[in-house]
Write a protein that binds this ligand. Structure first.
Ligand code: HEM
Length: 240
């Protein structure tokens, strides 16, 4: 039951401490208002992008902390943070779904207001790329300092903290691929195939990014293990 509001005690602007702590005044002024819209669905478009950037800010922070733990040889602490980062990526993938309700003709109006702005310039995605590269290098260094390869690791126990850490990295990689799959699917549902993006990139070239791996050696290890098994050879290419 709401009671009489208590006075604000925190520093900052805002009528109450919720507004001051959450900085709701700043946050809610970051979207274009009705007077500026070229189309009302701009609010949806901006909020999905802006909230994605916030989750990626959190992801970046978790990946930096995970890197510090990894470097300090604390694999379990690193794993926990990586799992949470993967969960943040799951959330931003899920929220792409709502964009399917953007009618193509209406989106064409919004698109004209985007200038040359493109998802390639997303600071969150740029930082995710650099953070995963740093993690990949640090993990390779750690394995090499122990004198083991990823294949040796995967021949070991799944409960081993290092094995679990490798799996958390793979999960992160998978989450990136799943976001990209969903993004490509949603983008083409709205703007179609065979067209260029605002950065003049062919939309269908996004499919190449889906198979790109941030931690390639961990995927190569799986391939090596499969090749080492008796039924590894695939003589016929699979037809679409
Ligand atoms: C209406 C929905 C969307 C459409 C039609 C769309 C379309 C596109 C297109 C055509 C590209 C290729 C690059 C270009 O030429 O601009 C692209 C790239 C990209 N977009 Fe979107 N996009 C949508 C929503 C989003 C959202 C919500 C995000 C979240 C930040 C996002 C982030 C990105 C990123 C990071 C890339 C770079 C490719 C990658 O790293 O996978 N996009 N998008």
């Amino acid at each position: 039951m709401p009671t009489t509001p208590l006075p604000a005690v925190l520093p900052g602007s805002g009528d109450n401490d919720y507004a001051r702590y959450m900085r709701t005044g700043d946050l809610l002024s970051l979207q274009k208002g009705p007077g500026e819209w070229v189309h009302p669905d701009e609010l949806l478009f901006q909020i999905v992008h802006q909230s994605t950037e916030l989750w990626l800010k959190l992801t970046r922070s978790h990946l930096s902390r995970a890197l510090a733990h990894l470097t300090a040889d604390l694999p379990s602490a690193a794993e926990l943070l990586l799992r949470r980062a993967a969960e943040a990526l799951r959330l931003i993938t899920e929220q792409l779904h709502i964009l399917r309700s953007l009618p193509p003709a209406q989106f064409a109006i919004i698109r004209a207001a985007l200038g040359n702005g493109s998802g390639f310039e997303s600071p969150g995605w740029q930082l995710l790329r650099s953070a995963t590269t740093e993690l990949d290098i640090a993990f390779a260094r750690l394995l090499s300092s122990l004198g083991i390869t990823p294949v040796d690791l995967y021949r070991g126990q799944p409960s081993d903290p290092l094995y679990r850490l490798a799996e958390a990295l793979v999960e992160l990689d998978e989450r990136i691929a799943l976001w990209r799959t969903e993004h490509y699917t949603v983008a083409t549902r709205i703007i179609g195939h065979g067209v260029l993006g605002t950065r003049h990139t062919p939309v269908d070239s996004l499919t190449k990014l889906i198979v790109h791996r941030r931690f390639p050696t961990l995927w190569d290890a799986r391939t090596a293990l499969t090749h080492a098994s008796a039924h590894a050879v695939c003589p016929e290419p699979v037809q679409p």
